[in-house]
Design a protein around this ligand. Structure first.
Ligand SMILES: O=P(O)(O)OC[C@H]1O[C@H](OP(=O)(O)OP(=O)(O)O)[C@H](O)[C@@H]1O
Ligand code: HPA
Length: 185
């Protein structure tokens, strides 16, 4: 499939400039949040949730103005599929990197929320000083975690379709696209 095929067979759901604006607005909110005196003199440990979080982390980071230590973790439950299954931990954060730290989890999408909720729980067990999460998009449906868990910062809302671009893949591909697409129904 070529880029031309993608353009013909998909709907452009969110364009590049809209996404860039949303990322800048999120960065401003995070800069404001972490300028609170309770974070004075501290650095923030940002965890990029691989692989999907990579694009968003890179775009977000360049607009963040507080001292940030970048790490990554990898938990996956979609693989190359468009339906989620059981969570598979590939790289866990190390306890020593969490204890007493101020953690920011960065991911591309909050869909059914099971991935981010499980990551949050894993991190919480190792007693960070604070833990917050930011996602680029929140998919609009009612299949969210029963616990009520939700990210602290959300960039954009997206309709209930399988989407790709901006870090999100379609069958392992097209994470590189700077806009968000869904195949035509
Ligand atoms: O809210 P959920 O329904 O749990 O889905 C969201 C998660 O799914 C995707 O990861 P994926 O499992 O595709 O792994 P990948 O990022 O390595 O492709 C995405 O990057 C999120 O981490
Ligand atoms: O809609 C999606 N697209 C890509 N990856 C995803 N992971 C969860 N939901 C999605």
């Amino acid at each position: 499939m070529t880029l031309d095929d993608i353009k013909q067979q998909t709907d452009l759901l969110i364009g590049e400039s809209h996404i860039d604006q949303a990322i800048q607005a999120l960065a401003q909110r995070l800069n404001q949040f972490y300028s609170n005196e309770k974070f004075a003199g501290k650095s923030i440990t940002a965890y990029c949730v691989m692989n999907g979080g990579l694009y968003f982390t890179g775009q977000l980071m360049r607009n963040l103005t507080f001292p940030l230590s970048l790490k990554y973790l990898h938990a996956s439950r979609y693989g190359d599929e468009t339906q989620g299954a059981e969570l598979n931990w590939r790289v866990r954060p190390s306890p020593a990197e969490l204890q007493g730290k101020d953690i920011l989890l960065i991911d591309d999408i909050f869909d059914e929320g099971l991935t981010l909720e499980a990551i949050y729980q894993e991190c919480t067990e190792h007693k960070p000083n604070s833990i917050n999460s930011v996602v680029l998009v929140d998919k609009q449906h009612l299949r969210k975690p029963k616990s009520g868990f939700t990210p602290n910062f959300i960039g954009l809302e997206v309709e209930d379709r399988y989407i790709f671009g901006c870090g999100m893949d379609y069958k392992g591909l097209w994470r590189n696209l700077p806009a968000i697409y869904a195949f035509k129904r």
